[in-house]
Design a protein around this ligand. Structure first.
Ligand code: GLN
Length: 284
């Protein structure tokens, strides 16, 4: 079969699970199996491909079974950078890019000190470091996720700008740290425990610990809103990714703590982030 025919075969097999993304995913899978980049695949698409039927069928079966494409490929793109991913960390989502955009807008040319909590694959921390003059300290409670994040830092040549450390951000030890930051960013687990079972097969393949935000989904925000303001430099800000239905809850938490909060949406039009400040001044 030619590469073109193989791609078409995969696309047809994936249509029921991937819908409008079937063609995009089929192309990614062909490139992965045959070790080609997209451009080369286009150039040789009508040539006869070596026989990799078994690998192709296995891959299609895994994807049809609900395994996320990023886990099958072992990597995914986020903010125009390529990240290694594994079932130890949440797959970087396009929806999260708006968090990085807000962070970069705030940072501008500043040589800022940034903290990223619950870094997972490191996608937010590394995308910020790659596009600013900031130094970023990134934390996670999962050693396995930190391993992936460290590999990503090396692959992206960002190890000198980003430090990756084990830390339980809900602990007293973290609360007691005195270091201060200009920007604190986090995409913590925020799905209420009881809702996780109802998520798609694909999302349920991701680590429970990266999704589970406790009974009300707000465990991390409640603690962070208590602990983080003391870690901000003057004019510093906090940016959280939040769930589409958490606007009211986050506003209430900020109001009770006397913090100013702006909610913003992603490009799909869904509520996606909260920008939190101690007072309402514009960035300086
Ligand atoms: N946005 C993720 C989802 O769609 C959840 C991410 C998180 O809990 N931080 O499931």
């Amino acid at each position: 079969m030619t590469y073109f025919q193989i791609k078409k075969h995969i696309k047809e097999a994936l249509l029921p699970v991937c819908g409008e993304y079937a063609s995009y995913e089929a192309e990614k899978i062909v490139c992965h199996i045959f070790g080609l980049d997209k451009r080369t695949l286009t150039l040789i698409s009508h040539e006869e491909a070596p026989d990799k039927t078994e690998e192709t069928e296995n891959t299609v079966a895994r994807r049809k079974n609900g395994e996320p494409l990023a886990y099958i490929l072992g990597n995914t793109d986020f903010f125009s950078l390529n990240f290694l991913v594994s079932p130890a960390c949440l797959t970087p989502r396009a929806d999260t890019e708006v968090i990085v955009e807000r962070a970069l807008e705030f940072l501008g040319e500043k040589r800022a000190n940034v903290l990223d909590i619950c870094t997972g694959s490191g996608c937010i921390a590394l995308a910020i470091a790659a596009n600013s003059h900031a130094k970023v300290r990134a934390l996670d409670i999962s050693e396995e996720a930190l391993d992936i994040a460290k590999k990503n830092a090396v692959r992206l040549s960002l190890s000198d700008k980003v430090t990756l450390e084990y830390c339980d951000a809900l602990s007293e030890d973290f609360a007691k740290e005195c270091e201060k930051y200009d920007l604190i960013v986090s995409n913590p687990p925020y799905i209420p425990t009881k809702d996780i079972a109802a998520l798609s097969e694909e999302v349920r393949r991701e680590p429970f610990g990266a999704l589970d935000g406790g009974e009300d989904g707000l465990v991390f925000y409640k603690r962070f809103i208590e602990v983080l303001p003391a870690k901000l430099n003057t004019d510093g800000i906090i940016i959280f990714e939040i769930g589409y239905d958490q606007e009211e809850a986050i506003r209430a938490l900020c109001e009770n703590a006397g913090l100013y909060c702006e909610i913003f949406r992603d490009y799909g039009g869904n509520v996606r982030g909260a920008l939190i400040k101690i007072d309402q001044n514009e960035y300086k």
